[in-house]
Design a protein around this ligand. Structure first.
Ligand code: ADP
Length: 525
């Protein structure tokens, strides 16, 4: 029995009056409830606005109980009948009704159901089944919330078997391969069925060759759910110039998620935070680590977590973490984590404490997570980071990614030239590196790209002069932010480990006094 059925069974047996189940998977919840009630002591019913009130007959066929329950208050009245006993009623998609301003009567009925059931220790349970968590403040104390986890390996295997039967796939055309099953982790039951059915129709078989098809479907589905993007990155550690301390750290943990590591007594690494200027290779490192460790990469968009309705942000965060745990082992990349956290400064004031609750959800998960999800959180602006995130023990290590030194710039130049099947003599590369003091990896790459365009438009190959011209024509971000950079370097001392073993180079004098003046008040504490 899964943890979910175990908990739901206990709640029903304990006569919990109102439970909220957060899930898209209506049919799966029906089947869990029916399984729990199969000894016949209690009867399951379901209701939705369109189909009214239904139950199941002896042959497990759905039947309408009675006409006339097509409005929400009628069905609640039916449920509140004093003679009603041993009933479990699932209200499907009830969340639009949970609104005190629009439906005060329904909220009041739900409160009465709770009150009566507690006072008279009733034997009925109401299940609010909905895709997103929504509890009106009036019912906060009354409702128990359960989230239905996504199907795991064994459940997916059963679903695949049903697809094989439906599409008459013979034993020779089915390969019960772990990679095929794992490819579907992170999908709901319906999505698993749909992905495998499409593959079965298209290819007339289900084998390891179908993994890319299932993964392609998963990419789409996960992105549609909103807050996560699914990547299979191709970048490698050798695509990163410099950052040797970070690379060594990651390299030492290469096999840390393996069974051998667990047998050896190692805890799986929890994650790292990468702080530094934009364009210094933090995202590149997240992609390279996922590829090197052969794990999928999930990018969490913090901006989208904080969407819309009150209560939704936490539920968005939980849903994203739930997907990450199901797909695990994986790398969860939280890009520009500070963006979402900027509400912290005003938490409790303007955002009603939403930001701190979301942060709390995330930190508790980080602390308690059992599944191999390696978190890479990146941040460009340390002044917006809440101190809770930086506290020792949250992540395994906080790295400060500084601007590349001359030696590192040489590596970066060579990497980006090689990527474009070009190379230059060592002294030319050094000249470019000298002239690009203060440039980030991204700015150096842009200069090389720009030089390539120029050479191509003039019908010749790229020269060192083209690259030097492009560098001369751009102003690096560091030029206008030198004061911020010095402050960040100061701040990072003792708080973060340098991602590079190199001593940072002093920056040229800033040219733009106006921008400096604006940045002067940058609060780092
Ligand atoms: P950040 O996440 O720090 O803002 P990115 O990793 O997105 O920066 O950098 C953008 C691009 O710049 C990378 O995809 C890569 O092509 C290039 N780049 C940045 N830093 C490096 C580096 N250290 N080595 C090689 N390329 C780099």
């Amino acid at each position: 029995m899964s943890d979910f059925s175990d908990r739901l069974g206990t709640l029903i047996e304990a006569k919990t009056p109102i439970i909220q189940i957060v899930s898209y998977e209506t049919l799966r919840v029906y089947s869990e409830v029916k399984k729990l009630l199969k000894n016949g002591d209690k009867t399951p019913y379901v209701w939705n606005l369109y189909e009214g009130l239904r139950t199941w007959d002896k042959n497990n066929k759905e039947k309408t109980v009675d006409e006339g329950y097509n409005d929400a208050s009628a069905v609640l009245e039916w449920f509140m009948d004093p003679d009603r006993n041993d009933t479990v009623l699932i209200l499907e998609d009830f969340h639009p009704f949970l609104d005190i301003d629009r439906q005060p009567e329904l909220i009041s009925m739900l409160r009465s159901i709770y009150k009566r059931s507690v006072v008279g220790s009733g034997s009925n349970t109401l299940i609010l089944l909905q895709p997103e968590m929504k509890i009106p403040s009036e019912l906060e104390k009354e409702i128990q919330v359960l989230e239905l986890p996504l199907p795991e390996e064994e459940e997916i295997r059963t679903l695949v078997k049903s697809v094989i039967d439906t599409f008459n796939i013979g034993p020779r055309d089915y390969d019960d391969n772990k990679r095929l099953i794992d490819a579907a982790l992170g999908l709901t039951t319906g999505e698993v069925l749909s992905a495998f059915s499409c593959a079965a129709v298209k290819r007339k078989r289900l084998a390891v060759e179908e993994v890319p098809l299932i993964v392609a479907e998963k990419k789409q589905v996960i992105s549609k759910r909103g807050n996560l993007e699914y990547y299979e990155p191709e970048q490698m550690m050798t695509d990163i110039g410099g950052l040797d301390n970070l690379k060594d750290w990651l390299d030492r943990r290469n096999k840390a998620f393996s069974q051998e590591a667990a047998d050896f007594g190692l805890d799986a690494p929890r994650g790292i935070m990468l702080l530094g200027l934009p364009g210094t290779g933090k995202s590149l490192a997240a992609k390279a680590v996922a590829n090197t460790w052969q794990m999928p990469l999930l990018r969490l968009d913090m901006g989208r977590i904080f969407g819309g309705i009150v209560g939704q942000s936490e539920s968005n965060m939980r849903a994203a973490l739930n997907i990450a745990e199901t797909i695990a082992p994986c790398v969860l990349w939280i890009d520009e984590i500070e963006k979402g956290m900027s509400g912290m400064q005003s938490s409790g004031a303007t955002d009603g404490g939403t930001t701190s609750r979301v942060l709390g959800t995330f930190l508790t998960w980080m602390q308690e997570k059992k599944k191999p999800v390696f978190v890479v959180a990146t941040a460009n602006n340390i002044s917006l980071l809440p101190p809770e995130l930086l506290r020792k023990g949250r992540v395994d290590e906080i790295f400060f990614v500084d601007l590349p030194t001359k030696k590192e710039r040489c590596e970066i130049i060579n990497i980006h030239l090689n990527k474009r099947n070009r190379s230059l003599p060592e002294n030319d590369v050094e000249t470019i590196a000298e002239k690009s003091l203060g440039y980030t990896g991204a700015e150096i790459e842009e200069a090389i790209k720009d030089a390539m365009y120029r050479a191509f438009s003039e019908d010749r190959d790229i020269t060192v002069g083209d690259i030097l011209d492009s560098i001369g024509a751009t102003t690096p971000l560091s030029r206008t932010m030198s004061e911020v950079i010095s402050q960040t370097r100061e701040w990072a001392k003792g708080r973060a480990v340098p991602a590079s073993p190199e001593t940072p180079e002093p920056l040229p004098e800033a040219k733009c006094a106006y921008v400096l003046k604006q940045e002067r008040g940058n609060p780092f504490d």
